[in-house]
Design a protein around this ligand. Structure first.
Ligand code: SAH
Ligand code: SF4
Ligand code: F3S
Length: 465
């Protein structure tokens, strides 16, 4: 019997890369590959890359330097190691990667992961294999479904890609070029995936897409269904306790989504709704196609439907032409909305995007200063949001044992980690927790349902069999 070949995948960037990495594992499992946590003992290493900002894409090349030494050492021991670059850098740079880093055998774009076994054969035969076309076939139809043991090992919460690609062409962004045009998967395929996941213990599903609320998959009635209708349909599947979606664009928030937030209790009241800037001038230059006031209107529509709803967002500081006044408008918008969390980034010009041709006007020092101020404001909003939970009782979906013995960790509706001392039987259940204190970003408390509370060791001995 031949021993299994070992596969190591390192993912950067967004949740879609995390999901894609799992699909790659599922694709290579029938070829005899098992996953390993360390690159050092792998026969096949895949870097699943992100191109969104310069820092993200440069990480790949420093990692490839490290892998070169590793590959050479393995070759001295008579062991062949293959190295692939997948993801958005692969799509954006293609062959250039092999020119810059000859250690790479395979370059594979996000639309071609179902061809990995053939690409690996080709690389072993010819020394090189490259595929970055956008094929006409639907890759989802060819990616194998995860096996039950793989699903169970991955836990209570899972991602399902429902939409991929983007047609928005924000002027700073590479995604429309690296992920291609927007496509939605049919409802029936999504339902199949979700059923398979919940049958194997998953309780929370996050539907993902680069622009997930542009979803328009074909329904069983032959009509195109919006995201809200899909979410309502999935809530009817037994075992689905919680639903989320990410990432949404303010322009594509339609009534079906708002109504789902109003009527569908499985849909969590926490929405990631990136706005990037609070200045209309900058929003126009970014081609976001809405104003700050229109964004506030969208927020209001959500709030009217579900009054406990909370928001997170993304911001870019230092976009070309951003003045102190534009930046002040961003701070004012953040102050007005009050976020539960948010991510902020310094503008990074990306090759091939329209903004890369714009004159940069904000110095690095200025950008750094604006980033600090924005992050400080966001941090204070996040702390206030977390502090407000103390003394209240919140529903927590329990996911796994924590580092501290006897402690179980789960998440609230707002993705705050919550820790309690309890029996592991609570994993996979939603139970009310009385929140007592805060430790950094985690809530600490005790179960408000005594049935599952941890018993002291002595009583466990006396009441045990
Ligand atoms: N599809 C999502 C976000 C995709 S990228 C959306 O439309 O909102 C995630 C975040 O990275 C973006 O929201 C943006 O804030 C940031 N980002 C994208 N391109 C960037 C660039 N060139 N420089 C700095 N940040 C960028
Ligand atoms: Fe990029 Fe804009 Fe599309 Fe988001 S909506 S992925 S920021 S082009
Ligand atoms: Fe990065 Fe590609 Fe995701 S550029 S953020 S990995 S879509």
């Amino acid at each position: 019997m031949t021993s299994p070949r070992k596969l190591h995948i390192k993912s950067y960037g967004c949740q879609m890369n995390v999901y894609d990495a799992q699909r790659m594992v599922d694709t290579l499992a029938p070829e005899g590959f098992v996953e390993t946590a360390s690159a050092e003992d792998a026969d096949f290493v895949i870097l699943n890359t992100c191109h969104i900002r310069e820092k993200a894409s440069e990480k790949v090349y420093s990692e490839l330097g490290r892998l070169r030494t590793m590959k050479e050492e393995a070759a001295r021991d008579g062991r062949q190691v293959n190295i692939a670059v997948a993801g958005c850098v692969a799509q954006a740079e293609g062959e250039e990667i092999i020119r810059r880093a000859p250690v790479v055998d395979i370059v594979v774009g996000p639309q071609s992961y179902h061809h990995l076994p053939q690409l690996l054969d080709r690389a072993r035969r010819d020394g090189r294999a490259l595929e970055t076309e956008f094929p006409v076939e639907d890759k989802f139809g060819f990616l194998p479904a995860p096996k039950p043991d793989a699903i169970r090992a991955r836990g209570i919460s899972a991602f399902v890609t429902v939409q991929e690609g983007c047609d928005k062409f924000c002027t700073f962004c590479v995604v429309p070029y690296t992920r291609g045009a927007e496509v939605s998967r049919p409802i029936a395929k999504v339902v199949d995936d979700v059923k398979r996941l919940v049958d194997n213990g998953v309780r929370e599903i996050t539907l993902i897409g680069q622009n997930v609320n542009a979803y328009h998959g074909e329904g069983p009635d032959g009509k195109s269904w919006p995201l809200g209708k899909l979410l309502d349909h999935l809530a009817g599947i037994e075992g689905v306790l919680r639903l989320r979606y990410s990432t949404s664009h303010p322009l594509d928030v339609d009534d079906s989504l708002i109504e789902s937030h109003r009527d569908n209790p499985a849909l969590m009241p926490f929405v990631h709704l990136p706005v990037q800037s609070g200045s209309d001038r900058i929003l126009a230059a970014m081609n976001r196609r809405h104003t700050a006031a229109e964004y506030l209107d969208v927020i209001e529509r959500f709030r009217r439907a579900r009054q406990d709803i909370a928001f997170s967002s993304d911001f870019i500081v230092g976009f070309p032409g951003e003045t102190a006044q534009d930046f002040a408008a961003t701070l004012a918008l953040v102050t007005q909305i009050g976020y539960a969390a948010a991510y902020s980034f310094k503008y990074s010009p990306r090759p091939g995007t329209p903004a890369a041709d714009m004159q940069e006007t904000v110095s690095q020092a200025e950008m750094e200063e604006r980033l600090q101020r924005l992050q400080h404001l966001i941090d204070s909003q996040q702390s206030a949001f977390n502090l407000a939970a103390i003394g209240t009782t919140v529903d927590v979906l329990f996911e796994r044992g924590a580092r501290k013995e006897g402690q179980i960790v789960g998440r609230t509706a707002f993705l705050q980690p919550a820790h309690v001392m309890a029996s592991p039987d609570i994993i996979g259940k939603i139970l009310p927790v009385h929140v007592e204190s805060l430790e950094r970003y985690s809530l600490l408390g005790h179960l408000a349902t005594p049935a599952y509370a941890a018993q002291p060791a002595e009583s466990r001995m006396t009441t045990g069999a």
